[in-house]
Design a protein around this ligand. Structure first.
Ligand code: NAD
Length: 406
C-alpha cells in the first residue's frame, strides 16, 4: 500500500518548542499502524543545513574521528563547519570527507582566527585534558560558545577560570556529559526520581578497562591530570550524581597501582571510592585502567533494583528492572531507543545557543565533579574520609533539561 502523502503543518508561533530557524514548518505523517501496534518515531524534522548551528572541532583524535564527526549525521540542529588540528594533511582529508571548506581549517596557532569565521558559533574541544582550559578560554575570548569534553580540566582552579572567561565573554559553556542526554540513563534517572521502587538505599558503579601499553597522553600526569579516575571513573561519579540529583557530603577512597607497570608510573591504576549523600544513600564506585572492561551500575531501592549493564558504552546499553509486583520476582528490559548519545548532546548545545538556554551540563557541573575528585584523591592520600559542603538543592549545578524529543 502506498504511504499517505505527507501533511505539512504550520507550527504554532506563540510558544516555539524549537529553534526559531526550524519553527516555521514541520512535516507530520498520519500513523500507519493501529494504536495497539509499536509506533514509529515519525520524521525527525531536521533544521535546513544552512540554518544549523556551526561547530568547530578542535583535535582530530579518536573521539572526533570515530564518534563525533559521524554523529553530526544524526544531528538535527548542528553541523561541522571548521576543524582545528596540528596535522594539516590529516585535516585536509577529514575536511573533504565531511564537506568542510579549506578556509574552515585552522592550526592550534591560528585557532584564535576562528573569531573572524561567522559560520562557527560553537567550539567543541576534544583535546587532552590539560589543554581544555587554555582552549576554552581562548575560544570564549574569540567570541564563541564552548562545548568541552570531560573531564572539564585538571584542577578546580582551571574549571573556575573557564567559567569566568565564558561568563565575561557572554558565552555558553557546556561539558560533554553524554550519559545525561542518553535515553536509557534518563529513564533510569526518572525511575529514581519518581521513587518507582521507593527510596534508593545504595548504588554501585564500576567503569574499568585495560589500557594499551603505549606512551599515550592518558598515562602522563601533566596531560591527563590523573589516571582512571578523571577518565573513566568520572562516569561512576557523574552518573551517580545525575541519577540522584543530590551531591555527596563525604567521600572515602583507596588507590592501588600495580608496582613496576610502566603505564602507572605517573597516574593511578585503580580507585575505589565511596560517596555518602545527605539522604543516606551510599554509593560504592570503582574504576581501573588494568582490568577487562566492565561498565555498569545498579541502583538498589526498597522494592526494586535498576540495573544498567552496559551503562557507559557508546552503543548497546541495556536497562533491566527487577521487582516483585505480585510476589514473583520479574525482570523487565525496556526497549533501547538506540539514539546516538553524541548527536543528542551536540544538538542540546545547538538548541541552547538558538534558544538562549543554559546547557543542562554547564561548566558548574564539571567544576563540581572536579571538586569531588580532588576530595577523592585527598581521602586516598590521607586514608580517611573527607567531608564536602552540604548542598541542599537538587540538581544544583544543572541548567535547562533537554527536551523530550532531543
Ligand atoms: P586522542 O589521543 O585520540 O586525541 C587527542 C587529539 O589531541 C589528537 O588529535 C592529538 O593530535 C591532539 N593533541 C594536541 N596536542 C596534543 C598533545 N600535546 N599530546 C597529545 N595529543 C595532542 O584522545 P581522545 O580519546 O580523542 O580524547 C580527547 C578528549 O576527549 C579527552 O579529554 C577525553 O577525556 C575525551 N573523551 C571523551 C569521551 C566521551 O565518551 N565523552 C570518549 C573519549 C575521549
Amino acid at each position: 500500500m502506498p504511504r499517505p502523502t505527507p501533511a505539512v503543518k504550520a507550527k504554532p508561533t506563540a510558544k516555539p518548542k524549537k529553534a526559531p530557524s526550524s519553527a516555521s514548518l514541520e512535516v507530520a505523517l498520519p500513523p500507519l499502524n493501529a494504536p495497539t501496534e509499536p509506533q514509529s518515531a515519525g520524521p525527525p524534522n531536521p533544521d535546513a543545513v544552512d540554518q544549523r548551528v556551526g561547530f568547530a572541532l578542535v583535535g582530530l583524535g579518536t573521539l572526533t574521528l570515530e564518534e563525533l564527526l559521524p554523529a553530526f549525521g544524526q544531528c538535527k540542529h548542528a553541523r561541522p563547519v571548521a576543524l582545528v588540528s596540528g596535522d594539516p594533511r590529516k585535516m585536509s582529508k577529514v575536511a573533504r570527507q565531511y564537506g568542510i571548506r579549506a578556509s574552515g581549517c585552522y592550526s592550534y596557532e591560528t585557532y584564535d582566527q576562528l573569531r573572524d569565521n561567522p559560520e562557527v558559533e560553537v567550539i567543541y574541544i576534544v583535546l587532552p585534558n590539560s589543554m581544555h582550559a587554555e582552549f576554552t578560554i581562548r575560544g570564549a575570548q574569540a567570541g564563541k560558545h564552548i562545548l568541552c569534553e570531560k573531564p572539564m580540566a585538571n584542577s578546580v582552579q582551571e574549571c573556575e577560570d573557564m567559567i569566568a572567561a565564558c561568563k565575561k565573554a557572554g558565552k555558553k559553556l557546556m561539558i560533554a556529559y553524554r550519559i545525561q542526554y542518553e535515553p536509557l540513563n534518563r529513564m533510569a534517572r526518572q525511575l529514581v526520581r519518581d521513587k518507582t521502587y521507593g527510596r534508593v538505599k545504595m548504588i554501585d558503579a564500576m567503569n574499568c578497562q585495560n589500557q594499551a601499553h603505549d606512551k599515550q597522553w592518558r598515562h602522563q600526569k601533566k596531560l591527563a591530570g590523573g589516571g582512571s579516575l578523571p577518565d573513566v571513573g568520572l562516569y561512576c561519579l557523574n552518573t551517580t550524581r545525575f541519577l540522584l540529583g543530590e551531591e555527596p557530603n563525604e567521600v572515602f577512597a583507596s588507590i592501588y597501582s600495580t608496582p613496576g607497570d610502566a603505564r602507572f608510573k605517573e597516574v593511578e591504576e585503580n580507585v575505589s571510592f565511596m560517596l555518602r549523600f545527605p539522604s543516606g544513600v551510599i554509593a560504592n564506585c570503582a574504576t581501573g585502567y588494568g582490568s577487562f572492561n566492565a561498565k555498569r551500575y545498579a541502583v538498589y531501592a526498597e522494592t526494586g533494583t535498576i540495573k544498567m549493564d552496559p551503562a557507559f558504552t557508546y552503543r548497546g546499553l541495556q536497562l533491566e528492572k527487577e521487582h516483585a509486583p505480585d510476589g514473583q520476582q520479574v525482570q523487565e528490559k525496556p526497549q533501547n531507543p538506540h539514539k546516538d548519545q553524541f548527536a543528542l548532546e551536540i544538538d542540546h548545545m545547538a538548541e541552547c545557543v538558538r534558544q538562549n538556554k543554559t546547557p543542562y551540563t554547564p561548566g558548574e557541573e564539571g567544576l563540581q565533579d572536579q571538586r569531588i575528585m580532588e576530595a577523592i584523591y585527598q581521602s586516598a592520600k590521607e586514608n580517611k574520609p573527607v567531608k564536602l559542603p552540604v548542598v541542599k538543592k537538587l540538581d544544583a549545578f544543572r541548567g535547562t533539561p533537554p527536551t523530550e524529543e532531543d
